[in-house]
Design a protein around this ligand. Structure first.
Ligand code: SF4
Length: 177
Protein backbone atom coordinates (compact mmCIF):
# COMPACT_ATOMS: atom_id res chain seq x y z
CA UNK A 1 0.00 0.00 0.00
CA UNK A 2 2.82 2.36 0.97
CA UNK A 3 4.62 1.53 -2.30
CA UNK A 4 1.50 2.25 -4.33
CA UNK A 5 1.09 5.56 -2.54
CA UNK A 6 4.73 6.52 -3.24
CA UNK A 7 4.39 5.42 -6.87
CA UNK A 8 1.33 7.65 -7.23
CA UNK A 9 3.27 10.59 -5.85
CA UNK A 10 6.30 10.07 -8.10
CA UNK A 11 4.60 9.15 -11.38
CA UNK A 12 3.55 11.84 -13.81
CA UNK A 13 -0.10 12.16 -14.88
CA UNK A 14 -1.41 9.49 -17.27
CA UNK A 15 -3.30 12.00 -19.43
CA UNK A 16 -1.76 13.20 -22.69
CA UNK A 17 -0.32 16.70 -22.71
CA UNK A 18 -2.70 19.29 -24.19
CA UNK A 19 -1.99 20.87 -27.59
CA UNK A 20 0.17 24.00 -27.61
CA UNK A 21 -1.94 27.15 -27.63
CA UNK A 22 -2.03 29.06 -30.92
CA UNK A 23 -1.43 32.65 -29.75
CA UNK A 24 -3.22 34.13 -32.80
CA UNK A 25 -6.34 31.98 -32.35
CA UNK A 26 -6.38 32.67 -28.60
CA UNK A 27 -6.07 36.42 -29.18
CA UNK A 28 -8.86 36.31 -31.81
CA UNK A 29 -11.18 34.50 -29.38
CA UNK A 30 -10.41 36.88 -26.54
CA UNK A 31 -11.12 39.78 -28.89
CA UNK A 32 -14.48 38.29 -29.96
CA UNK A 33 -15.41 37.56 -26.34
CA UNK A 34 -14.59 41.14 -25.31
CA UNK A 35 -16.77 42.40 -28.22
CA UNK A 36 -19.60 40.15 -27.04
CA UNK A 37 -19.24 41.46 -23.49
CA UNK A 38 -19.42 45.09 -24.70
CA UNK A 39 -22.40 44.37 -27.00
CA UNK A 40 -24.29 42.58 -24.18
CA UNK A 41 -23.68 45.45 -21.77
CA UNK A 42 -24.90 47.91 -24.43
CA UNK A 43 -28.06 45.91 -25.34
CA UNK A 44 -28.94 44.39 -21.95
CA UNK A 45 -26.97 46.37 -19.38
CA UNK A 46 -25.39 43.14 -18.12
CA UNK A 47 -23.82 39.84 -19.20
CA UNK A 48 -25.49 37.54 -21.71
CA UNK A 49 -27.16 34.41 -20.27
CA UNK A 50 -27.43 31.35 -22.49
CA UNK A 51 -29.47 28.19 -22.07
CA UNK A 52 -28.12 25.39 -24.23
CA UNK A 53 -30.64 22.86 -25.56
CA UNK A 54 -29.60 19.60 -27.17
CA UNK A 55 -32.62 18.82 -29.34
CA UNK A 56 -31.08 15.63 -30.76
CA UNK A 57 -27.43 16.39 -31.52
CA UNK A 58 -24.63 13.83 -31.91
CA UNK A 59 -22.86 15.89 -29.19
CA UNK A 60 -20.17 17.19 -31.55
CA UNK A 61 -21.72 20.66 -31.30
CA UNK A 62 -21.85 20.36 -27.49
CA UNK A 63 -18.11 19.65 -27.37
CA UNK A 64 -17.44 22.99 -29.08
CA UNK A 65 -20.00 24.85 -26.96
CA UNK A 66 -18.54 23.35 -23.77
CA UNK A 67 -15.11 24.47 -24.94
CA UNK A 68 -16.23 28.08 -24.54
CA UNK A 69 -16.33 27.56 -20.79
CA UNK A 70 -13.39 25.19 -20.28
CA UNK A 71 -10.08 26.02 -18.65
CA UNK A 72 -8.47 26.67 -22.05
CA UNK A 73 -10.89 29.35 -23.33
CA UNK A 74 -12.32 30.41 -19.93
CA UNK A 75 -14.85 32.77 -21.48
CA UNK A 76 -16.80 33.25 -18.27
CA UNK A 77 -14.22 35.92 -17.48
CA UNK A 78 -15.90 37.99 -20.25
CA UNK A 79 -19.34 37.58 -18.75
CA UNK A 80 -20.62 34.78 -21.00
CA UNK A 81 -22.86 32.70 -18.75
CA UNK A 82 -24.53 29.35 -19.32
CA UNK A 83 -27.60 29.06 -17.10
CA UNK A 84 -29.45 25.99 -15.85
CA UNK A 85 -32.97 27.28 -16.43
CA UNK A 86 -34.63 28.85 -19.48
CA UNK A 87 -36.29 31.25 -17.04
CA UNK A 88 -32.91 32.93 -16.55
CA UNK A 89 -31.88 32.98 -20.22
CA UNK A 90 -31.64 35.68 -22.89
CA UNK A 91 -30.58 33.21 -25.59
CA UNK A 92 -31.66 29.65 -26.34
CA UNK A 93 -28.75 28.00 -28.11
CA UNK A 94 -30.20 24.93 -29.82
CA UNK A 95 -28.18 22.10 -31.35
CA UNK A 96 -29.07 19.02 -33.36
CA UNK A 97 -31.93 18.15 -35.63
CA UNK A 98 -35.09 18.28 -33.53
CA UNK A 99 -36.00 14.69 -32.78
CA UNK A 100 -39.64 13.71 -32.42
CA UNK A 101 -38.95 12.94 -28.74
CA UNK A 102 -37.50 16.41 -28.09
CA UNK A 103 -40.04 18.49 -29.99
CA UNK A 104 -42.37 19.09 -27.06
CA UNK A 105 -39.47 19.76 -24.66
CA UNK A 106 -38.12 22.38 -27.07
CA UNK A 107 -41.50 24.07 -27.41
CA UNK A 108 -41.98 24.09 -23.62
CA UNK A 109 -38.48 25.48 -23.06
CA UNK A 110 -39.17 28.26 -25.57
CA UNK A 111 -42.44 29.12 -23.81
CA UNK A 112 -40.67 29.11 -20.41
CA UNK A 113 -38.08 31.65 -21.57
CA UNK A 114 -39.16 35.19 -20.76
CA UNK A 115 -39.43 37.79 -23.53
CA UNK A 116 -37.43 39.38 -24.98
CA UNK A 117 -35.46 36.33 -26.08
CA UNK A 118 -33.31 35.19 -28.97
CA UNK A 119 -33.09 31.71 -30.46
CA UNK A 120 -29.87 30.57 -32.12
CA UNK A 121 -29.71 27.37 -34.22
CA UNK A 122 -26.11 26.16 -33.80
CA UNK A 123 -24.66 23.65 -36.27
CA UNK A 124 -25.79 22.29 -39.62
CA UNK A 125 -28.25 19.86 -38.05
CA UNK A 126 -30.05 22.62 -36.15
CA UNK A 127 -30.07 24.82 -39.28
CA UNK A 128 -31.28 22.27 -41.85
CA UNK A 129 -31.53 18.83 -40.28
CA UNK A 130 -27.99 18.15 -41.57
CA UNK A 131 -26.97 14.49 -41.74
CA UNK A 132 -30.24 13.47 -40.14
CA UNK A 133 -32.62 15.33 -42.47
CA UNK A 134 -35.43 13.05 -43.57
CA UNK A 135 -34.90 10.56 -40.74
CA UNK A 136 -38.08 8.95 -39.43
CA UNK A 137 -36.96 9.95 -35.90
CA UNK A 138 -36.53 13.68 -36.61
CA UNK A 139 -38.80 16.62 -37.16
CA UNK A 140 -35.90 18.49 -38.83
CA UNK A 141 -34.54 22.03 -38.51
CA UNK A 142 -35.16 24.07 -35.35
CA UNK A 143 -37.06 26.76 -37.28
CA UNK A 144 -39.72 24.18 -38.10
CA UNK A 145 -40.57 24.10 -34.37
CA UNK A 146 -39.78 27.53 -32.87
CA UNK A 147 -38.83 30.91 -34.42
CA UNK A 148 -35.08 31.26 -35.00
CA UNK A 149 -33.20 34.59 -34.96
CA UNK A 150 -29.77 33.38 -36.05
CA UNK A 151 -28.29 30.36 -37.83
CA UNK A 152 -24.67 29.40 -37.18
CA UNK A 153 -23.55 26.84 -39.76
CA UNK A 154 -20.75 24.28 -39.33
CA UNK A 155 -20.42 20.62 -38.42
CA UNK A 156 -19.68 21.47 -35.72
CA UNK A 157 -19.21 25.25 -35.57
CA UNK A 158 -15.94 26.21 -33.84
CA UNK A 159 -15.87 28.28 -30.63
CA UNK A 160 -14.84 31.35 -32.65
CA UNK A 161 -17.74 30.84 -35.13
CA UNK A 162 -20.14 30.54 -32.18
CA UNK A 163 -18.82 33.72 -30.61
CA UNK A 164 -18.86 35.64 -33.91
CA UNK A 165 -22.50 34.59 -34.37
CA UNK A 166 -23.48 35.77 -30.89
CA UNK A 167 -21.71 39.10 -31.46
CA UNK A 168 -23.58 39.62 -34.74
CA UNK A 169 -26.85 38.76 -33.00
CA UNK A 170 -26.33 41.40 -30.32
CA UNK A 171 -25.00 44.02 -32.74
CA UNK A 172 -27.77 43.54 -35.29
CA UNK A 173 -30.33 46.30 -35.09
CA UNK A 174 -33.03 44.25 -36.82
CA UNK A 175 -33.55 41.74 -34.01
CA UNK A 176 -35.14 42.01 -30.56
CA UNK A 177 -35.13 43.30 -27.92
S1 SF4 B 1 -23.88 19.65 -36.92
FE1 SF4 B 1 -22.38 17.97 -36.96
S2 SF4 B 1 -21.49 17.99 -34.89
FE2 SF4 B 1 -23.41 19.16 -34.78
S3 SF4 B 1 -25.00 17.70 -34.17
FE3 SF4 B 1 -24.96 17.72 -36.43
S4 SF4 B 1 -23.59 16.04 -37.03
FE4 SF4 B 1 -23.21 16.50 -34.84
Amino acid sequence: MRNLFLQGLLQSALTEPGPAADPLATAELADLAAKLDRAAKRRLGRSLSIREIDAGSCNGCELEINALGNAFYDLERFGLRFVASPRHADVLLVTGPVTKNMREALERTWRATPDPKWVVAAGDCACTGGLFAGSYACVGAVEGVIPVDLHIRGCPPSPSQLLAGLVSLLESSSVKP
